[in-house]
Design a protein around this ligand. Structure first.
Ligand code: IMP
Ligand code: MG
Length: 177
């Protein structure tokens, strides 16, 4: 990639992210009041969102991670999903909230939900920072979402293009690259 040609437009600013993440954390906390909650972050994209979400929640919330990768190039999902890192502990009987960076085709989420459901958690819900409904290929219900975004490729706040831009403090659109 020729870095001199990179142009990134801000789609969701740092203050907007901060405000919305705090609201989501409060909503989730009140919904799960009195229950032990396990957040499962989907690597790698969700780690920034998850860290901010968690720091706005009760400190008894626990966390684990799953890694997935979909075969295909970096901007298009092929539909085939595979688990590259599994959970450390059993989720049986636990209240699980799956934390995603973005739901695009929905194929990754569908696969993860199907997989986790067979492990019999007490409950299983989804929280995604971004929802990009334009390219949805399978129906998935999102219990919590931060922002609905248009059909463009976004980076930053954990999301990457070819492993770059994850550290940007805002969500941006790659305009020229
Ligand atoms: P899916 O198409 O819903 O299965 O999305 C799978 C994964 O593709 C997401 O968790 C992201 O890691 C990645 N992805 C989808 N859209 C974007 C985007 O606009 N920017 C960066 N990553 C994306
Ligand atoms: Mg992801």
């Amino acid at each position: 990639m020729d870095r001199s040609k990179e142009k990134i437009g801000v789609l969701i600013s740092e203050p907007e992210l901060k405000k919305r993440v705090k609201e989501l954390a409060q909503e989730i906390s009140s919904d799960y009041e009195g229950r032990d909650l396990l957040l499962i972050g989907v690597l790698k994209g969700s780690f920034v969102f998850l860290a901010d979400l968690m720091r706005n929640m009760d400190y008894h919330v626990s966390v684990d991670f799953m890694g997935t990768s979909s075969y295909g190039d970096s901007t298009k999902s092929s539909g085939e999903v595979r688990i590259t890192k599994d959970l450390e502990k059993s989720v049986a009987g636990r209240h699980v909230l799956l934390v995603e960076d973005i739901v695009d085709t929905g194929l990754t989420l569908r696969y993860l939900l199907d997989t986790l459901r067979t492990r019999q958690p007490a409950s299983l819900r989804v929280c995604t920072l971004l929802d990009k409904p334009a390219r949805r290929r399978v129906r998935v219900s999102l219990d919590y979402y931060g922002f609905i975004i248009p059909n463009s490729f976004v980076v930053g706040y954990g999301l990457d293009y070819d492993e770059q831009f994850r550290g940007l403090p805002f969500v941006g659109v790659l305009e020229e690259f």
